[in-house]
Write a new protein. Structure first.
Length: 263
């Protein structure tokens, strides 16, 4: 006979759990949040590490479409490390942190503090990982530096509209990821959810401001193909706004709205 803990959680229980987790983040000091978010920015870099490694080993063996599919399979690894390891990722908190504000338990200024500290920490971690990775590629024979050119071309190919809408979808999916992970009752189930959803982001070429930051920083530092500070700023600014809208509006606001109103 199944136990009480094995039954699926209903939407009210998920909302309550998300609200409690978010309140815990509001109670933490800036130093704790910053260190946790730096760790997330560092750890998510291993998605790009594996993607570059797969590019190195397969780009001469398969066609472009199959290469993209193979590389997309590696995209979830950094997210699994971050989310299962309980580090703080900005795109998770676009949904999570807004719930207590919508419920009147926190102020918008408190939300701004949470978002800004976590975002800055993620960017610091992504920048540090990129610097280390670029140096590793320069002295190692295991990863081809042409991977940086491959990704820089992909990340600068879309116009502003396509980049923004893709970022909205990515933020939307990340918000749903947090919601579905909260409904899972075991670690294996959570890993499966993270893998499936982030694979969709990778395969769809959707802009994720933190994982994408590792790639765009690496392209800036590791290539001579014209990626400069303005390209980095353009990508990060559009991706960040799109991710924030996707997570906070299409998941946070909508989920809270229909569950809270029913309650």
């Amino acid at each position: 006979m199944s136990s009480e803990s094995d039954r699926p959680k209903n939407d009210r229980e998920i909302l309550q759990e998300q609200m409690q987790a978010s309140q815990h983040e509001y109670e933490r000091d800036n130093r704790s949040l910053l260190l946790s978010s730096i760790a997330a920015g560092l750890e998510i870099g291993f998605s790009f590490f594996l993607m570059a490694a797969l590019y190195t080993h397969f780009h001469d063996l398969v066609g472009g479409q199959l290469l993209h599919f193979i590389i997309s399979l590696s995209y979830p690894i950094g997210f699994v490390m971050v989310i299962i390891g309980r580090a703080d990722l900005f795109t998770e908190h676009t949904t999570l942190a807004i719930l207590p504000v919508l419920d009147g338990q926190q102020k918008w200024t408190d939300l701004a503090r949470i978002w800004s500290v976590i975002y800055c920490g993620n960017m610091i971690g992504a920048l540090v990982f990129s610097l280390i990775f670029v140096r590793f590629v320069a002295v190692s024979q295991h990863i081809d530096g042409a991977a940086f050119d491959y990704y820089s071309d992909k990340m600068t190919a879309d116009g502003a509209d396509a980049l923004f809408l893709g970022a909205v979808f990515a933020g939307w999916l990340m918000g749903l990821l947090g919601w579905v992970v909260a409904s899972s009752t075991d670690t294996i189930g959570r890993i499966v959810v993270i893998t499936v959803i982030t694979f969709v982001i990778g395969l769809g070429g959707l802009a994720h401001c933190i994982a994408g930051a590792v790639a765009i920083f690496s392209a800036w530092f590791g290539t001579d193909n014209g990626v400069g500070p303005m390209d980095v700023l353009r990508f990060l600014s559009i991706a960040t706004v799109g991710n924030a809208i996707g997570g906070s509006v299409f998941v946070g606001l909508v989920k809270y709205g229909y569950i809270a109103n029913r309650q």
